[in-house]
Design a protein around this ligand. Structure first.
Ligand SMILES: [Zn+2]
Length: 123
């Protein structure tokens, strides 16, 4: 399938409205979610302003989470105020920048770890 001016405009509109790539793909039809993401990136749409917020409450519940939202759990799951971060997730990751940094740092990191790694590499 090819990107006509009309479809590109539609993509821009839907993207600006905060629809997910898969929702946009469904709307445009005859296109994969990945193609939508790729096109959006080429158009420079990756950093969109503020997606439509379905709930004004803090964070997100399991029901309001979308694939584009940070799934970092906040609070105790046994408590009623438990929720998910809900910020815009990094592309390809389930977390926002802040929580991805926490999630993907070495679990056993000590302040001297980096120096150790360097000397091991030299040997
Ligand atoms: Zn987060």
């Amino acid at each position: 399938m090819s990107w006509t001016d009309e479809r590109v405009q539609q993509l821009k509109d839907l993207w600006a409205q905060g629809l997910s790539a898969s929702e946009i793909a469904d709307t445009l039809g005859d296109i994969s979610r990945n193609a939508v993401i790729g096109k959006a990136h080429r158009l420079g749409l990756s950093g969109r302003p503020s997606p439509i917020k379905k709930k004004p409450t803090r964070g997100a519940t399991i029901l309001s989470l979308t694939e584009r939202m940070c799934k970092w759990p906040v609070g105790d799951p046994k408590h009623q105020d438990f929720h998910f971060c809900g910020k815009t997730a990094l592309t390809g990751l389930p977390y926002c920048a802040e929580h991805a940094a926490i999630a993907y740092q070495p679990s056993n990191s000590k302040s001297s770890k980096r120096d150790e790694d360097r000397s091991v590499g030299a040997a």
